[in-house]
Design a protein around this ligand. Structure first.
Ligand SMILES: *Cc1c(COP(=O)(O)O)cnc(C)c1O
Length: 349
């Protein structure tokens, strides 16, 4: 195994880490891991555009964020419609032939599943996705079309998780969670790396959070390459586990009722929380209705389709304008997989 420094250069020294990290919690990726990921993913992921939208700046000004200049990182245009494919490909490209033969197992109905199925097909890896019975038919079809085996099990996410763990245990396949996976975080971090090249003058970067891999990745890259850049996380107020964990300084569970599928997570995760604790500047909450209004702003002012999770960062700018007035603001539009009813609701918002 390659030796690695305990923390990224530029972050505080290991002795400043508050609590001893249990052995089961993997160390965060280093900048070198992120640069390795960027090389691996070159040509396999979309170098998504980072765009200014004057109409969106006007909408932000109308909301009170005067002279905020937004730059949208369009991961809604990424393969499978969300940033998660960066992490999935980085992970599967790193497996050897025997590991690919044994395959991977995951539980998810959403973008994590699609990203893994896409990466599995690309790398010739067996892939089984466990979903609760009665899944969103659109997402189920998308995963099947990408060639993954889908197993429907149980009525809740927890049932599906248990079944996935059992399958991994009996088959030797690797269980791939959506957080606590350093290789996923390193792959996801390539989006921030690109953005810093596309818009080196950002004052603040706003990132939506479910399990926290995207925000942790942004923090790691900012710590190493853009010390003055503030990273601000955003979560749905109806699913605030990562927010609550960050504020409390310890892992928390919380209610989990947001409509924004990509943000529907009910607990904090040790790996991502550890990074957020060290580097995150602020953590904001937005309501589901505010998220829908931001989806509408994307549609009307930027001709951009964002799913709820993908619009949460913009919602934070519109809802907390004082924080962003006069600043150059990177806004991560993390995904575009909005269903038709969801888009209708957004236009009515
Ligand atoms: C998964 C997801 C998120 C949340 O990302 P985490 O890394 O879990 O915090 C945000 N937006 C979209 C579109 C997602 O699919």
């Amino acid at each position: 195994m390659r030796r690695r420094p305990p923390m990224l250069a530029g972050m505080s020294s290991p002795s400043a880490v508050p609590a001893p990290t249990p052995a089961a919690v993997p160390a965060p990726p280093t900048l070198r891991d992120v640069l390795d990921a960027a090389r691996r993913l070159d040509g396999l992921v979309v170098r998504t555009p980072a765009l200014e939208h004057p109409e969106l700046d006007r909408a932000a000004a109308d909301a009170g964020a005067r002279d905020a200049r937004l730059v949208v990182k369009h991961e809604n245009l990424q393969h499978t419609g969300a940033f998660k494919v960066r992490g999935a490909l980085n992970l599967l490209l790193g497996l050897d032939a025997e590991e690919r033969r044994r395959g991977i197992v995951a539980y998810s109905t959403g973008n994590h599943a699609q990203a893994l199925a896409h990466a599995a097909r690309h790398t010739g890896t067996r892939c089984t996705i466990v979903m609760p019975t009665d899944p969103n038919p659109v997402k189920e079809r998308a995963v099947r079309r990408l060639g993954a085996d889908v197993e429907l099990h149980g009525s809740t996410f927890d049932d599906a998780r248990e079944r996935a763990a059992e399958l991994a245990e009996t088959s030797g396949a690797r269980l791939v969670g959506a957080a606590n996976e350093p290789v996923l975080v390193a792959g996801v971090a390539t989006a921030t790396l690109e953005l810093l090249q596309q818009a080196p003058d950002l004052d603040v970067l706003v990132v939506p959070v479910g399990g926290g891999s995207g925000a942790a990745a942004a923090c790691l890259v900012a710590a190493a390459m853009a010390p003055g850049l503030e990273v601000v996380a955003v979560q749905a107020a109806a699913s605030p586990a990562a927010h609550d964990s960050w504020r409390a300084g310890e892992l928390r569970t919380a209610a989990n009722t947001t409509r924004a599928e990509g943000l529907a997570v009910g607990c904090g995760f040790a790996l991502t929380q550890r990074v957020l604790r060290e580097r995150l500047a602020d953590f904001l909450l937005v309501s589901d209705d505010e998220i829908a209004a931001a989806q509408r702003a994307y549609l009307t002012a930027a001709r951009t389709v964002a799913e709820g999770a993908g619009a949460a960062a913009l919602a934070a700018v519109l809802v907390h304008p004082d924080r962003f007035a006069g600043r150059r603001v990177g806004v991560v539009c993390s995904g575009g997989n909005a269903s038709e009813p969801e888009l209708r609701r957004a236009l009515d918002a």
